[in-house]
Design a protein around this ligand. Structure first.
Ligand SMILES: NC(=O)c1ccc[n+]([C@@H]2O[C@H](COP(=O)([O-])OP(=O)(O)OC[C@H]3O[C@@H](n4cnc5c(N)ncnc54)[C@H](O)[C@@H]3O)[C@@H](O)[C@H]2O)c1
Length: 254
């Protein structure tokens, strides 16, 4: 799918991996709609890329519908690219010191990361079905963000791993379902990336995490995530798969 001149929507585009993706897609000539719970960040990024900002919670049906409608109207050819990076990484165990972890805390992570991804996907994909197919028969491309925690969750990643496992698992059935419309879905499973989400950890913890990556022995840069999103969009054979982007790391139990 060509990127230049196309409308793209990036959920969680106000920071980190989503921000880098919004910037890259805009550099490549896309008209970008930046959606984020943090409206101020969405506006900053949108202003930097000459796009539109929408302040929305990815789990909110009406707000995401409005964002998709705005993105679909941005160019004459409808919404063609949807990337979902919105997510939260709250560390949670099954059992806390005082008792079982409150269900509401576990549910919130699943809600944002998994239900939010499903919400964004269903509304973006529906909008894409009305597009004219391009010369290769494509109407749109969707990219979601899982994590290596989908496969090697650490202690304290109970809800996070469950949510990301869900994002990885839905990739194939959704790609199969959307095939008849010429819409692809690929999921990216990042390892350790240098974003505000990881910046929350102490410097020492970040350095030891970076050193645990076989090669290159460093944190990934958000621009490297965006580079993969670009490849997924332009290469029509990439479909229905979760791609690890992780420097060969396999996370330890703790
Ligand atoms: N950084 C990493 O090492 C890493 C590794 C694996 C997976 N991931 C995943 O990549 C994605 C992006 O992470 P990041 O590191 O860029 O984090 P980040 O915190 O920098 O960015 C996440 C963005 O999502 C937004 N967001 C959070 N909840 C939202 C909601 N309910 N609705 C709309 N927007 C919401 C935040 O405001 C923020 O701008 C997440 O899904 C994360 O789980 C990150």
């Amino acid at each position: 799918m060509e990127i230049h001149g196309r409308s793209a929507i990036v959920f969680g585009g106000g920071s980190g991996l989503g921000e880098a993706t919004a910037r890259r897609l805009a550099q490549l000539g896309a008209s970008v709609t930046v959606v984020d719970l943090n409206g101020r960040r969405a506006e900053l990024v949108a202003a930097a890329v000459g796009g539109r900002a929408v302040s929305a919670d990815v789990t909110d049906e009406a707000a995401v519908q409005a964002a998709v409608d705005s993105a679909a109207a941005a160019t004459g050819s409808g919404l063609r690219i949807a990337v979902c990076c919105a997510g939260v990484g709250d560390p949670l165990k099954l059992l806390g010191r005082e008792g079982p972890t409150p269900l509401a805390q576990l549910r919130r992570v699943i809600d944002v990361n998994l239900i939010g991804t499903l919400n964004a996907l269903r509304l973006a994909a529906w909008a894409m079905t009305t597009n004219e197919p391009d010369a290769g028969g494509e109407r749109g491309v969707c990219v979601t963000t899982a994590s290596v925690a989908a496969f090697e969750g650490q202690v304290g990643q109970v809800a996070y791993s469950a949510s990301k496992g869900g994002v990885a698992a839905l990739t194939l059935p959704v790609a199969r379902e959307l095939a008849r419309f010429g819409i692809r879905l690929v999921s990216v499973a990042p390892g350790l990336f240098n974003t505000p989400m990881l910046a929350a950890l102490p410097q020492e913890a970040r350095e030891s995490l970076a050193a645990s990556v076989p090669f290159p022995p460093r944190l990934g840069e958000p621009s490297e995530y965006a580079q993969l999103v670009e490849q997924i969009i332009v290469n029509p054979m990439l479909n229905g798969e979760t791609i690890r982007l992780d420097g060969a790391i396999r996370m330890a139990p703790r």
